[in-house]
Design a protein around this ligand. Structure first.
Ligand SMILES: [Ca+2]
Ligand SMILES: [Ca+2]
Ligand SMILES: [Ca+2]
Length: 273
């Protein structure tokens, strides 16, 4: 028979499995996926595409994080060749999840050139502005209702997601030049995040439509029929950011203490049996 703790553990396992299932189901949405692709600097390490760790014991106060802004329009019918994007406008900031006072790390951010096919002349790499007033420069402006100075991808026609590698498009490369580290209590995660332009149309995409024509290479589908025209004002895009946190490196002494505690537990269990 399961005791209380075993039952609780079982519940957690079931809940985790359910989360996994939910995450793998088709998401009908526009995703701005900010992915870390590389780091430099002593004590700066890349755990995965959305996690960067800084080891305060070895960090020298300098380094970089290189990121991609990857755009994916995903409908609900399981195929990407009828999902497309025409333009998207917003800004990118680096902000602590708990507020500016307890930042993990500061760093100025810049965007590289916007990649084809979202560079029809109306694209923008965004102004260098300290949007959140934390002392480092972000990409875009403080007025999220105005497109001027924001980061923007723009194509003259709809572009199907399936025409680019990786089921989406890598719109641009971002670089964050790291500086000072804050190790004050309360510092937890600094996140590179996305905010879509508000007020008026901040983007336009199609999910599960039909692209009626295409060039030889499959690019520039031109016109779209069917599906639903999505506007950022009514269908808010989701984003996946890059989280920067302090690396927790267990010290040899605390590892030793853990060993002693484990040995004590074993002795206690042995006595009870
Ligand atoms: Ca689709
Ligand atoms: Ca910042
Ligand atoms: Ca800032």
């Amino acid at each position: 028979m399961m005791n209380k703790r075993a039952k609780k553990m079982m519940g957690l396992v079931v809940a985790a499995a359910a989360c996994g299932l939910a995450a793998s189901t088709t998401r009908a949405a526009m995703l701005i996926d900010i992915r870390a692709t590389g780091v430099s600097g002593t004590g700066v390490s890349l755990t995965d595409a959305h996690t960067v760790k800084i080891d305060p014991a070895t960090y020298t106060g300098a380094g970089t994080i290189t990121m991609d802004v990857h755009l994916v329009a995903t409908g609900a019918d399981g195929t990407l060749n009828n999902d497309g994007l025409q333009f998207l406008t917003g800004r990118l900031t680096s902000a602590n999840l708990g507020g500016n006072a307890n930042f993990v790390v500061h760093g100025n951010m810049v965007s590289g050139a916007i990649n084809a096919p979202f560079n029809d002349g109306n694209q923008q790499t965004g102004n260098a502005t300290d949007i959140d007033g934390d002392g480092d420069t972000d990409i875009g402006t403080t007025d999220l209702s105005n497109s001027a100075g924001q980061w923007e991808v723009h194509s003259g026609v709809f572009q199907a997601m399936s025409t680019t590698a990786g089921n989406g498009i890598t719109a641009a490369t971002l670089t964050m030049t790291l500086s000072d580290l804050n190790q004050l209590a309360g510092a937890n995660v600094t996140q590179v995040k996305w905010e879509t332009r508000s007020g008026t149309t901040g983007g336009q995409w199609r999910l599960d439509g039909a692209f009626s024509s295409s060039s030889a290479g499959g690019d520039s589908p031109g016109s779209v029929t069917g599906g639903t025209l999505k506007l950022a004002t009514t269908d808010v895009p989701t984003f996946s950011g890059v989280n920067i946190s302090l690396a927790a490196v267990p010290e040899p002494t605390s590892l030793g203490l853990l060993g002693v505690a484990a040995a004590g537990l074993v002795r206690r269990r042995a006595r009870k049996a």
